[in-house]
Design a binder for this molecule. Structure first.
Ligand SMILES: N[C@@H](CCC(=O)N[C@@H](CS)C(=O)NCC(=O)O)C(=O)O
Length: 202
């Protein structure tokens, strides 16, 4: 049984979604935001953050690495083989290093922080950076699709759509990238995504 430490209203959402896609049994060990988070996670994740995964004797942190592990247990098509395994890593790292910093810069300064702590210029810079990344994604999906690697939904889709969930759910302007919007709508409407979203959105 996989044990996902965190709550669906955190990045643990991505791992819950991946476990649902993989069809693996899991339980959520509810560790939420607040002063107790670091202490609760101290023995599980040296970073003192959520999510973390316990799989037997294996302890893992980093939500997208956790998802690669979960997909690896399920095998293809969720975790592809051959060249598509490399493409899966490419899009997962792109999600973490290109999409997520821009999305979070926008998010912190538009809906996460209290209004008095938001910096409009930082929010605008994040939006501009995210729009530039989404233009890259738009060109990729428009040239192929319907999923990142072609015909099959893979953990690369789960990882990138999981990173972009906050922008999608909080009104980021997706009009300039209609193929990205259609891809996000489709990914986040999959039965496994809906099961994870029910835990997050209630
Ligand atoms: N890169 C990490 C980020 C983990 C992270 O920042 N988690 C947040 C919740 S979504 C957290 O634990 N924040 C509490 C803190 O930083 O004290 C991942 O993807 O797992």
């Amino acid at each position: 049984m996989l044990r996902i430490h965190g709550i669906a209203r955190s990045r643990a959402f991505r791992c819950i979604w991946a476990a649902e896609e993989a069809g693996l049994a899991y339980e959520v060990v509810p560790v939420g935001f607040g002063p107790g988070l670091k202490a609760a996670m101290a023995a599980i994740n040296p970073n003192g953050k959520i999510p973390a995964l316990e799989d037997g004797g294996l302890l893992l942190f980093e939500s997208l690495a956790i998802n690669l592990h979960i997909a690896g247990k399920a095998g293809a098509p969720l975790m592809p083989v051959g060249d598509d395994a490399a493409r899966t890593l490419q899009w997962t790292l792109w999600a973490a290093t290109e999409a997520e910093p821009a999305a979070m810069q926008w998010a912190y300064n538009t809906y996460i922080r209290a209004p008095e702590l938001r910096d409009a210029a930082q929010g605008a810079a994040g939006a501009e950076a995210l729009a530039a990344r989404l233009a890259v994604l738009e060109a990729h999906l428009a040239a192929g699709g319907p999923w990142l690697l072609g015909q099959d939904f893979t953990i690369a889709d789960c990882n990138l759509a999981g990173v972009l969930y906050g922008a999608w759910a909080n009104g980021f302007d997706l009009a300039p990238c209609p193929t990205v919007k259609a891809w996000l709508d489709a990914a986040l409407s999959r039965p496994a995504a809906l099961a994870a979203r029910r835990q997050r959105e209630g």
